[in-house]
Design a protein around this ligand. Sequence first.
Ligand SMILES: Cc1ncc(COP(=O)(O)O)c(C=O)c1O
Length: 432
Amino acid sequence: MMNKNYQNIEDKRDDGSVWINDLGRKRESGPKLLDSRYANFGDGTKSVHAGQYDDPQTGALGTPIFQCSTFFLNSTSYEAIKEGRGRDEMIYSRYGNPSQWSVQEKLSSLENAESSIVFTSGMAAISSTLLAILDKGSHVVSSRDIYGGTYNFLYEDLDRFNMSVTFTSPTDIKEIEAAINENTKVLYFEALTNPLLKIAPIKELVALGKKYNLRVIIDNTFLTPYNVKMLDLGVDLVVNSATKYLNGHSDLIGGTVSGSRKLVDRIWPQLLKNGGSMDPHACFLLERSLKTFALRMKAHNSNALALATYLEKHPKIKRVYYPGLKSHDQHELAKEQLKGKNSGMISFEIEGGDKNAHQLLKNLKLPKEATSLGGVESLISLPHNTSQASLTKEQQKTIGINDGLIRLSVGVEDIEDLILDFNQSIFNIFNN
Ligand SMILES: Cc1ncc(COP(=O)(O)O)c(C=O)c1O
């Protein structure tokens, strides 16, 4: 579809514009089934209504699952193929499918984006986005505190394409600026890091992006567009593991990228090459889950703040990491960037190290001992033997993974029940 030969075609349209070669051409948002952005509404309304495609033929309410691999070809699709704008027509489900378009529109509405793509996983979104935006020889500045899968992709795979990466502190803007060189094309950071919940200074990253003409790409998985809309802060592209809060039910793997139509149109051909388009049934699940996104996020945030406050006061808890607490190193930045919304994630250290941390998990009745995050159920794990397991104890200490550190994704259970459960669990460690 995006065969390079087409790029040389001087195919003038009726209004005189040239499709492929005219980089200044106006791009429309989408692709979309119908205009349903709910642009001036709040996130609760957008979550419910945006992108939904009610079937006009049958009157069925809600987006159907378009479980098909291919579509009838007609003169419009042939013309789109010829002009290299296959993204706007239904041709083949790896290229696009109504179920994808529907959930993409809901996401675009929530992200305030012109365009979005949904992928089979967060890693598919991240790797396709980076490969699409980088050229041979490009350099990336990224963070030492980054999801392991992304770290591995940047560290192990970029140099196969003659590209390179420098890892910096996500909070030290001077170190980040010093790492930029003449080949740097992208600043790639996570908005809130795992597991110590450090906050990337987005406005300063965007300013660096402008100063050096770089693309700023942010993984907003831990915060989501409910807590902060990255594109409104000037970020070029925002990626999410939809596996986490966006889906919220721990029952699918997915990923997203959102941004301007112009940039997302650059990622789409990479999706065609890498594969990784989200399956229509997964799109249905994600779109359905997103209807309660704002509701869920409100509950995650308020439960997390209450539990973090409780844990901080507990005499057996040594330290709590939570951006909403005054004790957080970047609490002032959190207030400015998150506007009081915070996050559903907490990390904390218990007296007695990893031994007691493991016992705490065993004693709990409600949170599930599992990796991942963002589910309606609380999920709890220890970074030392999950996300940071590949590091030695010494390396873990250097980056602040202390003995007894626990990571908690606070669910939407009743907060009184969660606090009682933590209370009994901690009590039983120290009184048995
Ligand atoms: C911050 C972050 N980004 C990306 C990913 C990768 O997402 P997925 O597992 O959906 O590929 C994860 C997974 O845990 C993550 O925590």
